[in-house]
Design a protein. Structure first.
Length: 174
């Protein structure tokens, strides 16, 4: 009986380790701080780099993290890295500046672009609006990111009331 319990325990531990080792599939993307960097990389022509930047900018306006005040935005992205946007109803929100853009190649010639941000907690790395870290980009912009981060980000309608972009929240009980 003891041997059966030990075997069950060993199998349970092995399956937990296997599940922990199996992360999300990664996808290769192109990440650039600017249109000029995209053009210099030579992967796409200037017209494509400019068009995809414009698409990412449009997505940024809809999906960027939103803050009720400058202090919370600055806490997550750093001083002078946020701007105020007025709404048609007369209110305002704070958004981080777009610090780059990512192009995720799709089947055929389709490319999906989205904005990238650099949080204060990790200023040398790019993050998507969904808080997914983009791997270090090579000189031609190639990087990897979790496959879920290459999907179109959802439009944000709520503001973030506390800091934390680019970091993981944890809690503990006593």
């Amino acid at each position: 009986m003891k041997r059966a319990k030990k075997l069950k325990l060993a199998l349970l531990a092995a399956s937990a380790l296997t599940l922990a080792a199996c992360g999300e599939a990664e996808e290769e993307v192109l990440a650039y701080p600017s249109v000029d960097d995209c053009i210099k990389a030579g992967v796409h022509d200037a017209a494509t780099c400019e068009a995809e930047f414009a698409k990412a900018k449009e997505v940024h306006e809809k999906s960027a993290p939103r803050y009720a005040n400058s202090g919370n935005c600055n806490a997550d992205f750093g001083y002078n890295r946020c701007y105020q946007q007025r709404s048609s109803s007369g209110g305002s929100i704070w958004l981080p500046f777009m610090m780059g853009y990512m192009m995720a190649p799709r089947m055929g010639a389709n490319v999906y672009s989205q904005p990238l941000y650099r949080p204060r907690s990790d200023p040398s790395s790019f993050y998507t609006s969904g808080n997914g870290r983009v791997g270090n980009a090579s000189s031609d912009g190639r990087a990897t990111v979790g496959q879920s981060q290459t999907r179109q980000p959802k439009a944000r309608t709520r503001t973030v009331s506390r800091g934390g972009f680019g970091a993981r929240a944890t809690s503990s009980s006593s």
